[in-house]
Design a binder for this molecule. Structure first.
Ligand code: PLP
Length: 429
C-alpha cells in the first residue's frame, strides 16, 4: 500500500493489490487447506518460522487481505478477523487474561458484550469490574489490582451514545499498567482511530457499519503494536514460553505483533471462531464504500436528531453526539472526524415504553429489526430486545430508559426518513 493513501482510498483499494494479469476483484480462496512441495516447508510453517497458510481455521488468503485493509484503516500492525463481534470481544480479553485474573469495563457497553463479560467470562474465572464515567478517577483506580489485565470500553457506546473520553481514561489505564481495548464499531475507523488517541487494541463487530448491508456476521481485532507487554512482568502468556507452541516466546519472536500473533496461533487455533472466505469477500465490498456511507449516515442522522429535538411535544429527550448542546457533543468534536457522529440516534418518547412501541409500529420506511448500522433505516427498543437480559440497574448503568428508542439512520434520502418519523409521530398524538 502506498503510505500516502487516505482512508477513503484504502477503503476502495487497500489490502488487495493485484499483479499483472491477476483478477481485478479480490478473489475468494474457497479452500480449507494449502499444498506444499515438501514436509520441511510445512514444518517451518508449524514452527512459525516462515509465513504462509496451512489451514483455514487459522488463516486464509482472502481473509488475510481484508485483515490487511482493516489494519491499515485503523493504523495497526496487524488484524485478525473472527466469526463475530462477540468472538472478537472474547478473544481480545482472553488473549491476556486467565482464570483468577480480572479486567475493568465501562458500564455502558453493548448488552451482548456486558453479558459475555459479566456472566460467561465469570464462569471462566475471569472477573469483569464495572466502572462509569461519573466516578472519580480515584474511585475508578480502586477497581484495579495486580491481577487486572485490561480496560475495555466503546468509542461511541451502544446504545447510550456516550463518547469515550480518551484523554481522561487512556492515561489512567496506562498508569495502572494495563492496555486499553476499545470497541470501535459505531465510530468505524472513518470517524475515529482510537490508536491515534492512545488505545492499544481495537475491536469491531464488522456486522455493523463495516459490512453495512446486513449481509454477514463478523468481527475483527486490530493490534496497535504499541503496548509494552514485557514491562512490569504482568503478561507471562506473551513474555514466557508457550508450551502449546514449542515454547515460543511471542514478544521475543514477533516484537510489536506479539499480541495479534498469539491471538491467531493459539486462540484461533484452539477456539476456531474462524471467518469464512466468502464472509471476508462480502465484508470487503462493504468496506469499499465505508467512507461514503459513514458521511451520509452522519449527515442524515444529524437532520433526524434536529427534527426529533424540534418535536418536544412528543419526544422527551434526544441523544446524538453530533447535535450541538448534546452532553457528548464536545467529545464528539474532539475525537470524531469533522464532528461527524455516525448514524445512530437515541431518543425517549413521552409516555414511555408504550408510546415507544406505538411509534415503532407506525413507521413504514424504517423497519423493526435486531440490527443497527445498516444502509436501510431501522429501529429498536433495546429494553425489550437486545438488552433484555440486563437488570433495570444494569440498564440504567448502560444509559437506557425503558421508553428509549434506538433509531439507526440509513443512507436513504433524509427527507423521506423524516417524513416517515413525522407520520409515525402523528399516530402517537
Ligand atoms: N459490539 C457492538 C458495539 C455491537 O453493537 C455488537 C452487536 O450489536 C457487538 C459488539 C457484537 O457483534 P456481533 O453481533 O457481530 O457478534
Amino acid at each position: 500500500m502506498d503510505s500516502r493513501w487516505k482512508k477513503s482510498t484504502i477503503c476502495v483499494q487497500g489490502g488487495y493489490e493485484p499483479g499483472n494479469g491477476e483478477p481485478r476483484v479480490l478473489p475468494i480462496y474457497q479452500s480449507t487447506t494449502y499444498k506444499y512441495d515438501s514436509a520441511e516447508e510445512l514444518a517451518k510453517l508449524f514452527d512459525l518460522e516462515s509465513p504462509g497458510h496451512m489451514y483455514t481455521r487459522i488463516s486464509n488468503p482472502t481473509v488475510e487481505m481484508v485483515e490487511k485493509k482493516i489494519a491499515d484503516l485503523e493504523g495497526g500492525v496487524g488484524a485478525m478477523m473472527t466469526s463475530s463481534g462477540q468472538a472478537a470481544s472474547l478473544i481480545s480479553v482472553f488473549n491476556i487474561a486467565s482464570s483468577g485474573d480480572n479486567f475493568v469495563m465501562m458500564g455502558n457497553l453493548y448488552g451482548g458484550t456486558t453479558n459475555l463479560f459479566l456472566v460467561t467470562m465469570k464462569r471462566m474465572g475471569i472477573e469483569a469490574r464495572v466502572v462509569t464515567s461519573d466516578m472519580s478517577d480515584e474511585e475508578i483506580r480502586s477497581h484495579f489490582d495486580e491481577r487486572t489485565r485490561c480496560f475495555f470500553c466503546e468509542t461511541i457506546a451502544n446504545p447510550s451514545l456516550e463518547v469515550f473520553d480518551f484523554d481522561r481514561f487512556v492515561p489512567l489505564a496506562h498508569s495502572m499498567g494495563v492496555p486499553v481495548i476499545i470497541d470501535n464499531t459505531f465510530a468505524t475507523p472513518i470517524l475515529c482511530n482510537p490508536i491515534s488517541f492512545g488505545a492499544d487494541i481495537v475491536i469491531h463487530s464488522t456486522t455493523k457499519y463495516m459490512d453495512g448491508h446486513a449481509m454477514v456476521v463478523g468481527g475483527v481485532i486490530v493490534d496497535s503494536g504499541n503496548f509494552d507487554w514485557a514491562k512490569g512482568g504482568k503478561y507471562p502468556e506473551l513474555t514466557q514460553p508457550d508450551e502449546s507452541y514449542h515454547g515460543v516466546v511471542y514478544t521475543e519472536s514477533f516484537g510489536r505483533s506479539a499480541y495479534i500473533t498469539k491471538a491467531r496461533t493459539q486462540l484461533m487455533r484452539d477456539l476456531g471462531s474462524t471467518p469464512q472466505p466468502i464472509t471476508a469477500f462480502l465484508l470487503n465490498i462493504g468496506l469499499e464504500t465505508l467512507d461514503l456511507r459513514i458521511r451520509r449516515h452522519s449527515s442524515n442522522a444529524l437532520r433526524v436528531a434536529e427534527y426529533l429535538r424540534s418535536r418536544s411535544d412528543l419526544v422527551e429527550s434526544v441523544s446524538y453526539p453530533g447535535l450541538p448542546g448534546d452532553s457528548e457533543h464536545e467529545k464528539a468534536e474532539k475525537y470524531l472526524r469533522e464532528g461527524m457522529a455516525s448514524g445512530v440516534v437515541s431518543f425517549c418518547m413521552k409516555g414511555g415504553r408504550e408510546k415507544a412501541m406505538k411509534f415503532m409500529n407506525s413507521l413504514s420506511l424504517a423497519s423493526i429489526v435486531v440490527h443497527v448500522a445498516d444502509a436501510r433505516t431501522c429501529v429498536l427498543n433495546p429494553a425489550s430486545t437486545t438488552h433484555r437480559q440486563l437488570s433495570d440497574e444494569m440498564l440504567r448503568a448502560a444509559g437506557i430508559e425503558p421508553g428509549f428508542v434506538r433509531f439507526s439512520v440509513g443512507i436513504e434520502d433524509a427527507d423521506d426518513i423524516i417524513r416517515d418519523i413525522e407520520e409515525a409521530l402523528a399516530k402517537c398524538l
